[in-house]
Design a binder for this molecule. Structure first.
Ligand code: SDX
Length: 424
């Protein structure tokens, strides 16, 4: 808390507004009373707006800091695994060894889909974008769990969290299998979470799949790095949907839809498409010029961030992982990696990017790792959605387990004022 007050002068009126301090980050000004003064705040894009109070993730964009329940993302990526990070995000504390073992086992017990869900996949064209399938199938989960969707019931919220974390890899892998016409692979309980995902992606019924430990570790690290990120566009969408009392599966499906955009989670797919379009290091200068040209809609995908005005700490870990994976696979001379490294170097030295504090973000290198693992670009955002499901759910859970109101922003109206309908 703080005893500070903000004073706002509107015309000849002086309005005093309460201010609050968090445990870190900027103080906030409580503007809720302004509607009684006949004015609204105006903040399209929510650049200066705190939409909620949260204890889950803290980002210091100026210093490139990302904390999940107080733990640095670099430490979690180095020392934890995705399911332990899921437990941390959901419950607020790292699990004891016994809690961790129980959580891992619980997730294993929920990885299968209701067998009737297979029919949903059959309704899509084989060339449907896997994000379209994922939106539909995850939303459809709400048709199968009527017995446990009471948002006010803590136990039902917990079982829903377990079902979503457990089933997203199965749904994601089946989106891919469906698109290539291969049989769906069922989850295996003898494998880790990341190994199981790779098995369902690349395994076939005709032979046993042996996961590559380096690739499985890289996959788990990618899951950790995408798990949560404060009030980003898709998480804010989930919170807004949840504020109406909608069921958690519908809310997560709304987050998947929002993540799909190329300015958000679709950027990792767009980075690979961009690197392929650049094609050769000799074309980089041309594309840097396009990115700077206000009349050209082209932007350097994987660069820039609303909050980070320094390096995205996830991008640094992702760059290291990219080197590990490409070296493991003998692809350290991958031409797209060379273009990416050269592009990063040039952009970081260019005044346009330096002045605007545009640095590589989480999406700049992730696509190179996923491509090296053999995952098609159309699946990149699906993997982002798989990983971010725990972040979306944790924020939804934090909101619905406390006092909340339906989200209902206002507007600056500039349309026609009242006018008469012309008499015939
Ligand atoms: C994610 O919010 C999150 O936390 C998201 C995320 C998460 O984990 O949930 O971190 C994941 O979405 C990462 C971002 C992935 N998107 C991309 O890589 C797409 C490319 N980046 C841009 O579209 C952009 O940087 C955004 C969308 C990420 C941020 O947009 P902002 O904050 O609205 O910034 P802006 O558009 O106002 O840009 C400020 C200036 C502008 O120039 P000026 O008008 O001031 O002259 O920087 C320029 C922009 O034109 N700019 C870029 C650029 N990004 C911003 N110019 C060229 N290339 C870019 N990538």
């Amino acid at each position: 808390m703080t005893d500070e007050k903000a004073t706002l002068s509107v015309g000849d009126k002086s309005i005093e507004l309460p201010m609050y301090s968090g445990s870190a980050g900027p103080d906030v000004i409580d503007v809720r009373s302004l509607v009684q003064e006949g004015v609204f705040t105006y903040d399209p894009g929510f650049v200066s707006t705190a939409a909620c109070e949260s204890k889950i993730t803290y980002i210091d964009g100026a210093n490139g800091v990302l904390l999940h329940r107080g733990y640095k993302i670099e430490d979690l990526a180095e020392n934890s695994d995705y399911l332990e990070v899921c437990y941390l995000l959901l419950n607020g504390e790292l699990p004891t060894a016994e809690e961790n073992q129980k959580f891992h086992q619980t997730i294993k017990n929920h990885t299968m889909l209701h067998d009737q869900m297979r029919n949903f996949f059959q309704g899509f064209r084989r060339d449907a974008h896997p994000m379209a399938i994922m939106c539909g199938v995850v939303g459809a989960l709400s048709a199968f769990y009527h017995d446990s969707m009471d948002v006010a019931d803590e136990h039902e919220r917990e079982i829903t969290a377990h079902r979503l974390v457990a089933k997203m890899p199965t749904i994601a892998a089946w989106c891919y299998k469906y698109s290539i016409g291969q049989p769906f692979m069922y989850p295996r309980n003898d494998l880790s979470y990341a190994e199981n995902f790779l098995q369902m992606m690349f395994g076939v019924p005709c032979e046993e799949y042996k996961p590559n430990p380096v690739l499985a570790k890289a996959m788990d690290k990618i899951f950790i790095l995408h798990a949560d990120h404060e009030q980003n566009a898709s998480t804010s969408t989930v919170r807004l949907a949840g504020s109406t009392g909608a069921n958690p599966y519908a809310c997560i499906a709304s987050g998947i839809a929002a993540l799909w955009g190329p300015a958000h989670g679709g950027a990792n797919e767009a980075v690979l498409d961009m690197l392929a379009e650049i094609g050769d290091e000799s074309n980089i200068e041309k594309y840097i010029a396009k990115a700077k040209d206000k009349d050209d809609p082209f932007r350097l995908m994987g660069f820039g961030h609303r909050v980070y005005k320094n390096f995205d700490p996830r991008a640094k870990v992702m760059a290291e992982t990219a080197h590990e994976v490409l070296s493991e696979l003998g692809l350290e001379n991958d031409p797209l990696l060379k273009i990416a490294q050269r592009l990063e170097k040039i952009a970081l030295e260019d005044e346009y990017f330096v002045q605007r504090k545009l640095y590589p973000n989480v999406d700049f290198y992730s696509g190179l790792i996923l491509k090296a693992i053999g995952i098609p670009t159309s699946m990149f955002t699906v993997i982002f959605a798989l990983s971010r499901t725990i972040g979306w759910f944790s924020h939804w859970n934090e909101m619905v387990s406390g006092n909340y109101r339906i989200g209902r922003p206002r507007q600056l109206y500039t349309g026609p004022t009242t006018r008469e309908y012309p008499t015939k």
